[in-house]
Design a protein around this ligand. Structure first.
Ligand code: GFB
Length: 292
């Protein structure tokens, strides 16, 4: 499942190519490339703490990006658009495991409701443009990590944040400070596994309805266990402490990957420890140029 297949031309765009919050620039870049298939990953994203600080920006910026991209794709007659939701947009008060039918069944967690509602509107948009004959869809990844991530400690997600903090703590001989109690639970998907699944969704997945892309419920770990995984992967020898003055955010958002396994019964995820090791090795080798 490597790169482009025969007859496929892949074009990678970044925010340097167009400000997707601007409809004119978005239409211009779509007219320039005339894509038939689009993997839409553009978004204003961040970890728990960045979301808590900026729900209005997360709401507005993502609403603009998503409406512009989906409308511009429709206007250039793209046959496929795969957009990105997240398991953090599900209702906070819910039964477990969460599945794809539950997206709109109640308010999301307070910490990131701006981002969550903006993302939920992608599903509404896909269903609306579906009435015009489009089969645009969305995936719902659980917490993603891997090389090339945003390792910024204040704004990034938990695993890159812990990797960056442990790297500094190791050099300075200071403790690794994990934020919160360490008890919340998360499922983590390795970015390389997610990329393989994205290609399958783009080429084969037949539904407008979204599909969760996650490791199984049994792979869910506590933040404490994730931190211990980082300590092991980096070979950190110092003390680990927990700063309980920092928020825990959503306690859990356990998602079912049963729908994925129905389509891809033989898909194998990279083992968590191996994925963490590869991510840590990448970060150490690319410290100077990594986004942080
Ligand atoms: O990845 P994260 O920031 O976002 O994880 P969420 C937050 C959890 O990790 C909280 C704990 O329980 C934090 O207390 N934590 C411990 C840390 N140490 C750290 C650290 O150094 N950095 C960070 N960031 N957390 C996000 C949503 O929720 O999930 C986003 O807010 C996005 O919208 C993302 O969807 C996937 O998993 O809590």
């Amino acid at each position: 499942e490597g790169g482009a297949r025969e007859g496929e031309e892949w074009i990678f765009l970044s925010s340097k190519d167009a400000n997707l919050m601007d409809m004119g620039e978005t239409q211009a870049v779509f007219l320039k490339h005339q894509p038939t298939h689009v993997i839409h990953l553009a978004a204003m994203v961040g970890g728990l703490f960045k979301n808590m600080r900026a729900n209005l920006d997360f709401w507005r910026n993502n609403i603009y990006i998503n409406d512009n991209v989906l409308q511009a794709a429709h206007e250039v007659d793209a046959v496929r658009v795969v957009s990105c939701l997240s398991t953090c947009i599900f209702p906070d008060k819910t039964t477990y495991p969460i599945n794809e039918t539950m997206i709109h069944n109640g308010p999301p967690h307070e910490s990131n409701f701006g981002y969550s509602y903006a993302k939920r509107m992608i599903d509404v948009h896909n269903r609306c443009v579906g009435q015009r004959g489009r089969c645009y869809t969305a995936v719902i990844p659980t917490n993603v990590f891997g090389p090339h991530d945003n390792f910024n400690i204040e704004d990034g997600h938990v695993l890159p944040g812990l990797i960056h903090k442990a790297y500094i703590a190791q050099k300075e001989g200071s403790p690794l400070v994990v934020w919160g109690s360490g008890t919340p639970r998360r499922q983590f998907i390795y970015s390389l596994d997610l990329a393989r699944l994205f290609l399958w969704v783009l080429r084969e997945y037949p539904e407008v309805d979204p599909i969760i892309l996650s490791v199984g419920e049994e792979e869910e770990v506590s933040i404490k266990e994730a931190a211990e995984g980082v300590v092991e992967a980096l070979g950190f020898k110092g003390q680990v402490t927990y700063d309980r003055t920092k928020a825990d955010g959503q306690f859990k958002k356990t998602a079912s990957n049963a729908k994925l396994l129905r389509y891809r019964p033989n898909f194998t995820f990279t083992p968590f420890k191996q994925a963490l090791k590869e991510t840590c090795d990448w970060f150490v080798a690319n410290y100077d140029t990594a986004r942080k």
